[in-house]
Design a binder for this molecule. Structure first.
Ligand code: AMP
Ligand code: ZN
Length: 460
């Protein structure tokens, strides 16, 4: 039995797929105008576990993820510049070059974190026709209106608008002092925006309403319907999408089809820094490559993510990342030792323990509990060393922590030079200076060990 916490009902529910063993999952992907930060990346860890545990339990999964390469405006609402166009202007590149460049970085980061790519990537600019068709459908049903700057969805016409976020729409109406611009209701949103002056934007298309570009929300409805049908089993995203983006996805999809759009909504909590959400607009704190330069591997970061349940906020500090790094290295070392064992394996023991592991994951993806179970197994003596080894490798098919992989350590010329200098000082009996150099090497994330065969340099 698999259970997920459904944001729609605010309850843990038993998961029942729409079509027997075939499951459709849609994940809101990145807006590709800047480097993904470690907060963004956290949001893609749990859909990967979700997918893997379903596949390992015999389901076939079709996973679709969008790439927002047009229509996401700076204000996150319906005002301001398009994020991609703005970066293109700043960097003197084409919008296409910008989105391709940052999309590739995003894919590289997923790869480094062992997050498998979706079965289908959908770029918003490649589905303009579908988005226009969907808006036409909404127009025909009377859900849209036109203003001087675009076509809008009239949220007052959709019964239950805001059901996902439990929005107090009446309250929002009462608070009308907040500027609503050209919109009829504060919660209305753009389906199609007109270009201010034709030819000024790099990305614009003709439509029945005038030259322009799609709003940010319509892409997810149009593209998910195209690949997964009108009702999706599971939709995932960051919790910041609940009140606007996903509320709008529901409104426009259900208004168009008259059917339930998503059966299970799963939302991930934020990665915070000093109690605040890490966000691209405020600099993003660190990217994965920043951390790599500081001698943290993608697996150290992944282990850190695994320490918290996906629905719980996680606070980032270098101290906790260090703790994760140490725990991860310890786990890898244990496995390295266990690998040498040649004991007889009882498959039943492995299966039993694996079943327990899956039970933790089937309970709304309780990854931290599954991880602490790994440590229990290693500490206790229910399994022999060879069985432990086999079992942890099986767990790692879900975790994707490269536990069995020997990592190649890149030792820079600078470190090698320092190590040689230290050797010379030692030979000259200048021990204090040698120790100072050792300190320097430590600070750069390495240790030098004096062995019978000479010096060995290792990652700290
Ligand atoms: P964006 O590329 O800005 O559209 O964001 C991509 C994804 O990252 C969205 O699903 C966001 O919900 C998510 N996200 C943004 N900031 C954070 C954060 N600090 N912690 C976790 N997820 C985040
Ligand atoms: Zn979306």
């Amino acid at each position: 039995m698999i259970r997920f916490y459904n944001t729609l009902t605010r309850k843990k529910e038993v998961f029942k797929p729409l079509k027997d063993k075939k499951i459709g999952i849609y994940t809101c992907g990145p807006t590709v105008y800047w480097y993904p930060h470690i907060g963004n990346l956290r949001s893609y860890i749990f859909p990967d576990f979700l997918k893997k545990i379903l596949i390992f339990q015999g389901y076939s999964v079709k996973h679709v993820m969008n790439v927002t390469d047009v229509g996401h405006l700076v204000s996150n609402a319906d005002e301001g510049e398009d994020k991609i166009e703005k970066t293109a202007k700043r960097e003197g590149k084409t919008a296409r070059e910008i989105s391709e460049f940052y999309f590739n970085i995003f894919k590289q980061d997923l790869k480094k974190l062992n997050i498998s790519e979706p079965d289908v990537w959908t770029k918003a600019t490649e589905y303009i026709k579908e988005q226009i068709e969907l808006i036409k459908k909404l127009e025909k049903k009377g859900y849209t209106y036109k203003t001087s700057d675009g076509i809008y969805f009239d949220t007052s016409k959709f019964r239950n608008y805001g059901k996902l976020a439990k929005l107090d729409v009446q309250g929002l109406k009462a608070g009308k002092r907040i500027a609503i611009g050209k919109k009829k209701n504060k919660t209305d949103f753009a389906l199609w925006k007109f270009s201010e002056k034709s030819g000024e934007r790099q990305q614009e298309w003709g439509s029945p309403w005038g030259i322009g570009f799609p709003g940010w929300h319509i892409e997810c409805s149009a593209m998910s319907m195209k690949h997964l049908g009108e009702t999706i089993d599971i939709h995932t995203g960051g919790e910041d999408h609940i009140s606007v983006h996903h509320s709008n996805e529901i409104a426009q999809s259900e208004a168009a089809t008259g059917k339930t759009f998503v059966r299970y909504w799963l939302h991930g909590a934020f990665l915070n820094f000093k109690g605040e959400k890490i966000s691209k607009s405020t600099g993003g704190l660190y990217t994965l490559s920043d951390l790599e330069k500081m001698n943290y591997s993608p697996m150290h970061l992944k282990y850190f993510y695994l320490s918290a349940h996906y629905r719980k906020p996680l606070n980032f500090t270098l101290e906790s990342l260090n703790a994760s790094k140490n725990a991860y290295e310890k786990l890898k070392n244990i496995l390295f030792e266990l690998r040498k064992s040649k004991q007889k394996i009882n498959k039943k023991n492995i299966e039993l323990a694996y079943k327990q592991f899956l039970e933790f994951l089937n309970d709304d993806l309780n990854v931290p509990q599954a991880l602490s179970y790994v440590w229990d197994i290693l500490r206790e003596n229910r399994l022999n060393d060879s069985e432990k080894y086999e079992l942890v490798l099986k767990f790692d098919k879900v975790f994707g922590l490269n536990l069995d992989k020997e990592e190649k350590i890149e030792i820079s010329a600078e470190i090698k030079k320092l190590a040689e200098e230290r050797e010379r000082k030692r030979k000259d009996k200048k021990f204090q200076e040698a120790d100072e150099i050792r300190e320097k090497i430590n600070k750069l994330g390495f240790v030098v060990e004096d062995t019978e065969k000479g010096i060995v340099i290792k990652k700290r």
